[in-house]
Design a protein around this ligand. Sequence first.
Ligand code: UTP
Length: 475
Amino acid sequence: MRTQKIYEDIKKLLKEHHQSHLLTLWDQLDMAQRQNLLAQIRQLDLAKIDDWVANCVKNSASVAISGDLVPASFYSPCPADPQQHRKYAGAVELGRELIRQGKVAAFVVAGGQGTRLGFDGPKGNFPISPVKNKTLFQIFAESVAAASLKYQAICPWYIMTSPLNHAETIEIFCSNDYYGLDEENVFIFQQGTLPNFSTDGKILLADKDRLSCSPDGHGGSLKALYRSGAIEDMKRRGVEFISYFQVDNPLINIFDPLFIGLHALDKAEMSSKAVIKNSPYEKVGNFCLADGKLTVIEYSDLPDELAEKRNPDGSLAFKLGSIAIHIINRAFVERLNTDVFSLPLHKAVKKIPYIDEHGKLVEPAEPNGVKLESFIFDAVPLASKSIILQILRSEEFAPTKNVAGIDSVETTRRMIVARAAAWLESAGLSIPKKPDGSIDCVLEIAPGFALEKDDIKAKLNRIPQIKPKDRIYLS
Ligand code: UTP
């Protein structure tokens, strides 16, 4: 009786919002399935959905580009003058102190589907290291453990998953005994989801009694951190700074004293690392000042004349590419969540399997639907203050997106070896090279051996002479 009444109310509501098709298969459902479907529909904010359909699903929401768009200022990897030299030294000291005091937490977003990599299971479980075949999760876990040891501090680690991979991620951590970390200091939580739509704005069904949904994008982390209790947990521990990174970048320097220190010294709320773009149209967001406010503009939204614009020395005017590495203040996330806030939604047209009006599963051969996502970098303009630290790609950024080609498993492994070689060479060791100058050995440095270049010097006596074709693992 009660279900019938709810059904009638919802039917009316769905009609008003042009989503009546969700109940087309009602007569084929048993009682449990009916309740299940109604419960999901009741969770929807249909007024908001009308807005998304009108502005995002059916149309490509045009990004309002301000007339006054200028390149953002930034800190270079090395100080430019003696005054900046003193500032960097002070920042490193402060950053180290903040880590020692347990005020910095690691935060990896690992809720994505990793479709391009086509790997079965959570992307964090992908084996990537060139000698030991360690997974991404293991590399991060060892980095967290090494930082804890180095700074004699508890370095908590927060991991965001999605309903698509949460159970599997937990299982991976359990079966690997949390990679030796104390389970107490690892907090795994799920992000939210958003419904998937047909291109004409109808919510798709994944099953007769189940709406088709996708994770709400890495921008969803700002709400999920709060709703999951992660922010509360950080508060209890005295964590003030969240070191945000992506699951596919094994070169990440999670606890970087310089970045943390500059961010804290400048009293920023959300800061970013950036690389120099390797071409005007490289597929990374562009850091720009839009009417004086730091903003990340997607590569596809930056007008061509600005993308191509050059400085007198020939370098790109808009040269800073966003690489999804941030320091975010815990208090900033709290502030956002205690106000009403939402990040803009971005549309992706994809192949989305669905149940049609006859209850049949359709597996489309061509893109047929729309997924909506929010992006973390859209929170940058909401921060009262931001800094950008430019870093060297070869040191810190090797995204494993694809099986082959650009940003692939192959390029990432090559970059891991190249960085290890550069670190060893900077400590005075010689690395075998082929006649064309490329590296003629395979190298892997465990985070516990060195977290950064300068850690190598204290361990020179533990490094063997490296010969051509050697496979060397330093741990
Ligand atoms: P990507 O944009 O590379 O997406 O995510 P993806 O889903 O991992 O891969 P593709 O596009 O399907 O091949 C960048 C980072 O953001 C996380 C991912 O796990 C990755 O660390 N992410 C993405 C989330 O945590 N949640 C999301 O909803 C989307």
